[in-house]
Design a protein around this ligand. Structure first.
Ligand SMILES: [Zn+2]
Length: 441
């Protein structure tokens, strides 16, 4: 029946390693068509939203015509998202919240079929990362608190057939204890937490030589620079005895995550479950390898499907065949949130570019990157920092690297540890930050 998603208790997934480019395009076209038909039939939200944006009700809206459809973002969802639910409330089996990094967390609902889709997504992601049924995996991720990710990982690993220990975020000591006792071969967690555990192991009498972990699937924080080289945290993990570090990217609203293969040059898209493109301000795709805002359409979601959703995350996408042989598009490291973009004396850049220079310059202590608004077209950027080496030398080196690698010269001002601490962790904050945006203050 047109406009109905196929119901199945176990969603069948296609092996992506053998998918051809032609098969992939056909798969995406068909899934796009099904999704548009489904929301036209079941979603009062899209009917009204598209009508208000001037989309003719019977117009052809295939994958190739997608740019005729308006994009939507978290603001639209929080103001008008109630009508987004395409099923009766009684069919909802799980309720989660989105991350609260921008504004109030949204309530997100899933049906049984949505949980199946979530499991299928994670099965594909872990398979792509190289996890096998013979792996013992430590899940150092939050499983409650209305988080989707931890549960999704568990469902995917269970479907893959790996053994899972749901250790949770706990403490580095507990994580390490379970890694040792179980002879775990893979870990899933936030990289800065895993790096702490590894540093602890390296400092112990036994060191890391007896640990059997060969893979760390990293979530929530970057482990690579924009050129795909491992960043500080990624290097700490790799050097700490983990054979391979795999970066991943996930968004709760999309009920989807993407993970790197062994080549480590971008996280692979699952074309059966998601369409993703990097777009400019007008919602048009940017060139391959150029940074744009990731804009997504979910396929196969029953309760709250999203069409052309602006995630607010900026990254480049790559469409050529990967070194692993897969033809599925890849997403490069997230360079920042769209709202963090700086306009600095004619140069546009993300704070993460400055951060990677600061992190790799010897003698830099603690720091906070502070943005002020100078005018409608220009921001003023200041780095408040402490020094661990000769301040004059560190300043000289930083200024040279900022000019050479980022084409900017932010003001460098010396601060005390407590000043940096209060900038990084202001009262009431839930998370430490290195970028302080005072442009709207
Ligand atoms: Zn690959």
């Amino acid at each position: 029946m047109p406009g109905e998603l196929k119901e199945s208790t176990t969603m069948q997934v296609r092996d992506e390693a053998t998918l051809s480019a032609t098969e992939m395009v056909a798969m995406q076209r068909e899934a796009w068509r099904e999704t548009v038909a489904y929301v036209r039939r079941h979603s009062p939200f899209y009917r009204e939203w598209w009508d208000r944006c001037g989309v003719p009700p019977r117009s052809r809206l295939g994958l190739e015509q997608r740019h005729r459809l308006p994009t939507l973002d978290k603001r639209v969802l929080s103001e008008e998202g109630r009508g987004l639910l395409c099923v009766p409330e009684r069919r909802v089996v799980d309720v989660v919240t989105t991350s609260g990094s921008t504004g109030q967390p949204l309530i997100w609902r899933l049906t049984e079929a949505d949980l199946e889709r979530l499991a299928a997504n994670e099965l594909l992601s872990f398979r792509c990362a190289g996890v096998t049924p013979s792996d013992t995996v430590i899940l150092a991720v939050t499983l409650d608190r209305c988080c989707m990710a931890g549960m999704a990982y568990f469902l995917g690993l269970r479907r893959l057939g790996a053994s899972v220990a749901r250790v949770g975020p706990s403490t580095p000591a507990m994580c390490l204890d379970m890694v040792g006792r179980l002879g775990a071969t893979a870990v899933v967690g936030v990289p800065s937490f895993l790096a702490q555990a590894w540093q602890r192991a390296a400092a112990s009498a036994e060191g890391t030589s007896k640990l059997k972990v060969r893979l760390a699937v990293c979530i929530g924080e970057p482990v690579r620079e924009s050129g795909f080289a491992l960043n500080d945290v990624g290097r700490t993990l790799a050097a700490g005895g983990v054979v391979r570090v795999a970066s991943s990217y996930g968004v709760t609203e999309l009920a989807s995550s993407l993970c790197e293969c062994e080549a480590g040059i971008g996280s692979h898209l699952h074309p059966q479950l998601l369409h993703l493109e990097a777009v400019d301000e007008k919602g048009m795709p940017v060139a391959d390898g150029e940074v744009g805002e990731l804009t997504a359409t979910t396929f196969g979601v029953e309760a709250m499907p999203l069409i052309r959703y602006r995630t607010g995350d900026c990254a480049a996408m790559f469409h050529g065949r990967c070194a692993c042989g897969r033809v599925t598009p890849r997403v490069g490291p997230i360079v920042g949130r769209k709202s963090q973009k700086l306009k600095f004396k004619g140069v546009t850049l993300f704070p993460s570019t400055l951060k990677s220079i600061l992190d790799s310059t010897e003698g830099v202590g603690r720091y906070a990157i502070v943005a002020h608004r100078d005018g409608p077209l220009s921001d003023r950027v200041e780095v408040r920092l402490t020094f661990r080496g000769d301040p004059a030398r560190v300043r000289r080196e930083l200024t040279e690297r900022f000019r050479g690698e980022a084409k900017v010269a932010p003001l460098l001002s010396q601060a005390t540890d407590s000043e940096v601490e209060s900038l990084q962790f202001p009262e009431g904050a839930r998370k430490r930050r290195y970028f302080v945006d005072l442009r709207l203050a």
